[in-house]
Design a protein around this ligand. Structure first.
Ligand code: A3D
Length: 320
């Protein structure tokens, strides 16, 4: 059986990390694509030279022409620009929307059967635009944010409780931005919901609130430290988990920016919700019940995503 072909559209910090992880996990052959000449070729060669040391078999091809992604099973899109300190994700909209138009055309022409995972920010608006520009089925275009936001939440919680990250599950809903909704009621340590852990004296409500806020600001904290760009290790790991669930038909339940067509009372919008990812792409959107306070936070988050989509339409009226 031939190996899977995974195309990485954008070979910057996340793209390079993705390529390395795909090799280490032997998920398939990799095409690194970028407009920057030499970058994808150089990274591909460097990673290929690590293969004999780490003992994995995969081909790594660097390219500046979309024809190289022909027939890809999965495309992971990071093309565009990341944030610098002081910038919000939304400040990237104008530049990255144009990039999505090119990427969408490239995927439409050469990899129309792929499962596409978008990472480019502002995430919820970019994945929405990418689906429209590419014309691929909505089940096959999804955005990565929830796995990362949940992972950040899990890390902070495990640190606070002094337990293994493996025993902490966390749920984050809504758009990938300052309005994201970490759901404490659905987040647990070995099945025990966080509000119960507060009652049990494991932590205080005040500390939990601070962790929720730190999760919301998780991306900005790293941008502030790095100064030259944004996070890339955890974003790459998160996208790999989604790709693996598709390629191996694992049917993982993962929070992802998915297209809604009536679920949660919303239409034609991408926003973070729990979904099942398997060989059919996004096979199911899971609708969970929200209490009043959660619904209010979710509505606010959705409103901000809608605002970004309207800003996209103002730039590219064909998206409307
Ligand atoms: P970076 O290292 O700058 O890589 C981006 C790459 O895209 C560069 O190599 C560029 O040359 C390339 N590029 C620019 N324009 C084009 C184009 N038209 N076609 C093809 N390639 C192009 O950034 P990064 O890898 O750190 O981040 C990539 C994106 O992911 C940014 O938009 C970040 O904001 C975003 N990001 C999202 C998350 C989420 O959780 C959603 C997390 C972290 C970063």
């Amino acid at each position: 059986m031939a190996r899977n072909k995974i195309a990485l559209i954008g070979s910057g910090m996340i793209g390079g990390t993705l390529a390395h992880m795909i090799g280490l996990k032997e998920l398939g052959d990799v095409v690194l694509f970028d407009i920057s000449e030499g970058t994808p070729q150089g990274k591909g060669l460097d990673i290929a030279q690590s293969a004999p040391v780490d003992g994995f078999d995969a081909n790594f091809v660097g390219a500046n022409d979309y024809s190289a992604i022909e027939g890809a099973d999965v495309c992971i899109v990071t093309a565009g620009v990341p944030r610098k300190p002081g910038m919000s994700r939304d400040d990237l909209l104008g530049i990255n929307l144009k990039v999505m138009e090119q990427v969408g055309a490239g995927i439409k022409k050469y990899a129309p059967n792929a499962f596409v995972i978008c990472i480019t920010n502002p995430l919820d608006a970019m994945v929405w635009a990418l689906q429209k520009f590419s014309g691929l089925p909505k089940s096959h275009v999804v955005g990565m944010a929830g796995v990362l936001d949940s992972a950040r939440f899990r890390h902070f919680l495990a640190d606070e409780f002094k337990v293994s990250v493996e025993d902490v599950t966390a749920f984050v809903l809504g758009g990938h931005g300052d309005t994201m909704v970490p759901l404490t009621r659905y987040s647990t340590v070995a099945g025990i919901p966080l509000p119960d852990l507060v009652k049990m004296g494991w932590t205080s409500q005040k500390k939990l609130d601070a962790i929720v806020q730190r999760t919301r600001d998780g991306g900005a904290e790293i941008v502030g430290l790095l100064k030259t760009g944004s996070a890339y290790y955890a974003p790459a790991s998160s996208a790999i988990q989604m790709a693996e669930s598709y390629l191996k038909d694992k049917k993982r339940v993962l929070p992802s920016a998915a297209h809604l067509s009536g679920q949660y009372g919303l239409k034609d919008i991408y926003v973070g919700v729990p979904v099942v990812i398997g060989a059919g792409g996004v096979e199911r959107v899971i609708e969970i019940e929200l209490n009043k306070a959660e619904q209010k936070m979710f509505d606010k988050s959705v409103e901000s995503v809608q605002g970004l989509c309207e800003a996209c339409i103002a730039i590219a009226p064909n998206l409307g």
